[in-house]
Every structure is written in structure tokens, then in C-alpha cells.
Ligand binder design. Structure first.
Ligand code: HEC
Ligand code: HEC
Length: 137
């Protein structure tokens, strides 16, 4: 009888441990993939990031896949947004830095009433819906 009770307690404890381990596993880091942001603020919200990406898409007159590579998983038609496989993505980072520099250096007189610099030059200023504004037609 005593023997049986001990067995029951040990089984119950083991059961609790297994349930506990299963409950903590999905909170591991790897279900939240690391972001690969080098020019945009690392803590940018999902909504703000979406807004910026949409602006760039419209400014260049392209689709998301112009800068973002296809996912390596061939059964998926999704884009791998964190991948840097397409050179256009790195060019876009250069363009972002250049645009910020032009605004800071040459348009810093353009401030709102709180003194914050208004971004005068945007991707649209040059691109106007064209990925290659340097081409002479
Ligand atoms: C002109 C090029 C360009 C276009 C077009 C573009 N993106 Fe991006 N995207 C980038 C760059 C560059 C980064 C990385 C920014 C950084 O390094 O801070 C990025 C980052 C992202 C990320 C974050 C990835 C991560 O590391 O977690 C997502 C999500 C994303 N883009 C979605 C989109 C979507 C959706 C579209 C279409 C609406 C789009 N992008 C269009 C250039 C582009
Ligand atoms: C001062 C003008 C100017 C601004 C501002 C500008 N660009 Fe550009 N961009 C260019 C020129 C010029 C080219 C070269 C086009 C060519 O090769 O014919 C270019 C090329 C690019 C390319 C490469 C296209 C390709 O197929 O090689 C990308 C991507 C790009 N720009 C993204 C952006 C993004 C994103 C912004 C805003 C953050 C931006 N640009 C702002 C002038 C500008």
C-alpha cells in the first residue's frame, strides 16, 4: 500500500515536470526570428515598417520582390524579407543613407514649429515611380 502511494506521487511529479517543460518550450527565442535592420530603427513598429516599405515600393514603381529575394524553400512562393541576397536591397540602404544626409546637410532649414527637421527630399523626389531615374530617355 505504502509502495503504491509513493509510486503515485512520483508519477504525478513527473507528469507535472513534463507539462511544465512543454509549456515553456514555445517561448524560446527561435519562434521570433531576428530582424535584419541596418538603417531603419531596430525598434520600429510593424505598422511603421509597413508604411516605409509601401512608400519605397510606390516611389520606385516596383513590387516588394524588386528588393526582397524569394524564400529558399522552393515549395513556398513567399519572400524572405530578412535575406540580403538581392543587391537592390543593399542599394536601397545606401539610398536611404544618402537621402537622410542630403536632408540633414542641405535642407536643415526646413523645420516644423517644434524644431524637428522635415524630410524635404524623399525617394519619390528623384524616382517618381521609376527604379532607374538616372536613365536619359
Ligand atoms: C527599394 C527596395 C525595397 C522595397 C521595394 C521593399 N523593401 Fe522591404 N526592405 C528593404 C530594405 C533595404 C530593408 C532592410 C532595412 C534596414 O536594413 O534597416 C527591408 C526590410 C524589410 C522587412 C524587415 C525584414 C527583417 O529583417 O525583419 C520587411 C518585413 C519588409 N522589408 C517587407 C517589405 C514589403 C512587404 C514590401 C512591399 C510592400 C517591401 N519590403 C518592399 C528594401 C525594400
Ligand atoms: C537624389 C536622387 C535620389 C534619391 C533621393 C533616391 N534615389 Fe534611388 N536612385 C537614384 C539614381 C540616380 C539611381 C540610379 C538609377 C540607374 O541606375 O539608372 C537610383 C537607384 C536606386 C536603386 C537601384 C535600382 C537598380 O535596379 O539598380 C534602388 C533600389 C533605389 N535607388 C532605391 C531608393 C530608395 C529606397 C530611396 C529612398 C530611401 C532612393 N532610392 C532615393 C536617385 C535617387
Amino acid at each position: 500500500m505504502l509502495h503504491y502511494k509513493k509510486f503515485a506521487v512520483v508519477t504525478a511529479l513527473l507528469g507535472l515536470m513534463v507539462v511544465g517543460m512543454a509549456a515553456t518550450r514555445p517561448h524560446d527565442d527561435d519562434d521570433k526570428p531576428k530582424r535584419n535592420l541596418k538603417v531603419l530603427p531596430k525598434d520600429i513598429s510593424h505598422e511603421e515598417l509597413d508604411k516605409v516599405m509601401d512608400e519605397w515600393k510606390v516611389a520606385l514603381g516596383v513590387k516588394c520582390g524588386f528588393c526582397h529575394a524569394q524564400s529558399k524553400d522552393s515549395t513556398s512562393h513567399h519572400l524572405d524579407f530578412a535575406s540580403d541576397a538581392k543587391p537592390e536591397k543593399e542599394i536601397a540602404r545606401h539610398m536611404y543613407k544618402m537621402t537622410a544626409k542630403i536632408n540633414k546637410k542641405y535642407f536643415s532649414f526646413n523645420k516644423d514649429d517644434k524644431g524637428a527637421v522635415i524630410p524635404t527630399i524623399t525617394c519619390m523626389t528623384c524616382h517618381r515611380g521609376n527604379p532607374h531615374p538616372g536613365e536619359v530617355k
